[in-house]
Design a protein around this ligand. Sequence first.
Ligand SMILES: NC(=O)C1=CN([C@@H]2O[C@H](COP(=O)(O)OP(=O)(O)OC[C@H]3O[C@@H](n4cnc5c(N)ncnc54)[C@H](O)[C@@H]3O)[C@@H](O)[C@H]2O)C=CC1
Ligand SMILES: O=C(O)C(=O)COP(=O)(O)O
Length: 526
Amino acid sequence: MPKVLVSDKLSPSAVAVFKERGVDVDVKTGLTPEELLEVIGAYDGLAIRSATKVTAQVLEKAHRLKVVGRAGIGVDNVDVPEATQRGVVVMNTPYGNAITTAEHAIAMMFALARQIPEANASTHAGKWEKSRFMGVELTGKVLGVIGCGNIGSIVAERAVGLRMRVIAFDPFLSAERAVDLGVEKVELDELIGRADIITLHTPLTDKTRGILDADAISRMKPGVRIVNCARGGLVDEAALKAALESGHVAGAALDVFAEEPAKDNPLFGMANVVCTPHLGASTSEAQENVAIQVAEQISDFLTSGAVTNALNMPALSAEDAPRLRPYMKLCEQLGSFAGQITETSLKGVRIEYQGDVANLNTTPLTAVILQGLLSPLLDSVNMVNAPVIAKSRDIEVKQTKSESCENYHSLIRLEVITERQTRSVEGSLFGGTLPRLVRINDIPVEAELAPNMIYMVNEDTPGIIGRLGSALAEAGINIASFHLGRQTVGGQAICLVQVDGPVSAPVIESLNAMPHVLMARPLTFN
Ligand SMILES: NC(=O)C1=CN([C@@H]2O[C@H](COP(=O)(O)OP(=O)(O)OC[C@H]3O[C@@H](n4cnc5c(N)ncnc54)[C@H](O)[C@@H]3O)[C@@H](O)[C@H]2O)C=CC1
Ligand SMILES: O=C(O)C(=O)COP(=O)(O)O
């Protein structure tokens, strides 16, 4: 049974989902980084929020880990490139807390405009300072939304409803979507110069880090207010503090901080700064959504291979997974066959999907072919990292699809180009589920791939099969099945032999030494 660690505070519904779906689960929140390193090796899955840092060090110790599921949106606490290299799927729940976070941003904007937190504290203290708390009206003000994705769009819609004028900067916001949302799409500089209030809703990336730095802040309208419910690193906190002190920025509402948990931040204690401790996603509704979703996604992946909301792997729906499963096996075998007979460095891979299979989602199939192909050549390759490894090694991968197919319902052709030659292997599913090789280097065969096999290429002359049979008999190797094919009479012939156990190197050497044998290789398949 797969085993998952929940290392951040998730709704108990997550545990219930894991159990229902046949996944063993441990809940250990508040682990130190050292404690996490000690225990992570025992788990196939890890469910987190923003507190757990999934660093390269953690991933190095996570020998069994196949999936990290983020119950929430931002994955800046996960080393995604390292996870990909190690073949670990990283998934999030992109919508479950979006409304809640957008509502928090709107709440922060009001809190800032009417100084609600300070007025609240003063009133509780019995001061009745009615004349101290003069606010600003939001109606008619220009709201600048930086990052108009899921959350930014909801904030924009709500703000339009409040009769604000909304301008947005987002390189991926289309003109049509902007019209639908009722926002004006502008460049960053224009937004910075025009907005009365700026709200941030981008992920934290190398491009967005410090997007509001001292220079950007200096170009804002005097009296601007800033709301940040996205990530702390987006705003330069020292520059913000200086601008608040000079009065250039009238106020800031911050849910997120450069360093979290934030216990000692330079902005703490300032009169015009409203702070919450990363509460954007903290409503019971959102937490229920993301916990259930992440548990379902992790369980489905570990038990059926279905991939939802992965950030480093093509999607594979629960509906597609069973349809693709027999093809996955075939693809892995085709890739593995080609990988095991490849000796020189790979330059390119061409994959042709013909017939019915061309109508399916072939991206996961290509990933599995690459996994099969690279596994005999490299350690720790799987579907997640195989495409990245191929790219990093300059192996060109091309895939084509054609709905027509001669003789079969579906055919998958894999062509592997190395420095020395181009080899091809083709396979199909017999009876819709049984993987079979049907051509090797354009020579027809019909072979099922078994755990132990010998692949031989020879000149088509009499006596070869007899000598092969004798050599295997002398070595005590029993033949289970035999598959032959040839180009032309007397031309190149191939032979795939299924044997009952592993074949030792001396036996293979003896086969390679036989007259008319061009090459003999042991092959193994899962
Ligand atoms: N405070 C909290 O508790 C929460 C914070 N968040 C944060 O909010 C962020 C946004 O979440 P979603 O809207 O769901 O993500 P999203 O991916 O739907 O939207 C992000 C948008 O930012 C845009 N973007 C990327 N780079 C940009 C740049 N350089 N300039 C302007 N726009 C850029 C993208 O095009 C995208 O439209 C998350 O990445 C997360 O860090 C999310 C949930 C809760
Ligand atoms: O979903 C996100 O990106 C968030 O920032 C929410 O963080 P949390 O799960 O509350 O620690």
